[in-house]
Write a protein that binds this ligand. Structure first.
Ligand SMILES: Nc1nc2c([nH]c(=O)n2[C@H]2C[C@H](O)[C@@H](COP(=O)(O)OP(=O)(O)OP(=O)(O)O)O2)c(=O)[nH]1
Length: 143
């Protein structure tokens, strides 16, 4: 079987030192995923460094530069298996400059406030990752 293709994504928060608000993005494509929410990001190109790929994807999708915080290390060799075809690595991040916009692939962005991080219909594979993120951030105010 082919190894899973690596996807990289960002859990963009208002403040890396004290995260309270999380940015979720609603997929516009493909039809099978449209209307579900995810962490912005995308596939790592052949030979591309994963961190470089993440900065590139966020620039393309949201139009803003980000600074990365810690990685939310997953249980599958450090990654989070999404499907038979994809596994994802996820970093906490904050926006360095500007206002994000749903430029491609997404048709809405939403800042989820404290206590509301589960309140959108995340992609199936993301539900346990959101739970882990809440545990990692580890404050009652976001749980
Ligand atoms: N970006 C992202 N993809 C996710 C998440 N959860 C999840 O199951 N996926 C799936 C959806 C897609 O099948 C795959 C990532 O593909 P993508 O469409 O975001 O990749 P891309 O931006 O490079 O798109 P493309 O130009 O290659 O079509 O991973 C998530 O939180 N963020």
């Amino acid at each position: 079987m082919e190894p899973r293709r690596l996807v990289v994504a960002a859990a963009i928060v208002d403040d890396l030192d004290e995260p309270r608000v999380l940015l979720a993005a609603r997929r516009a494509t493909p039809a099978s995923l449209a209307g579900r929410w995810e962490f912005p990001g995308g596939k790592v190109d052949q030979g591309e460094d994963p961190v470089d790929a993440l900065h590139r994807e966020i620039r393309e999708e949201l139009g803003v530069p980000i600074a990365l915080g810690p990685e939310l290390v997953g249980p599958d060799d450090g990654a989070w298996v999404l499907t038979e075809r994809y596994a994802m690595r996820l970093w906490l991040a904050e926006i360095v400059d500007g206002t994000p916009a749903p430029l491609v692939e997404h048709d809405a962005l939403r800042w989820l406030g404290a206590g509301r991080w589960r309140e959108v219909p995340w992609l199936d594979a993301d539900v346990r990752i959101v739970d882990a993120l809440i545990g990692h951030v580890g404050r009652a105010s976001v749980a």
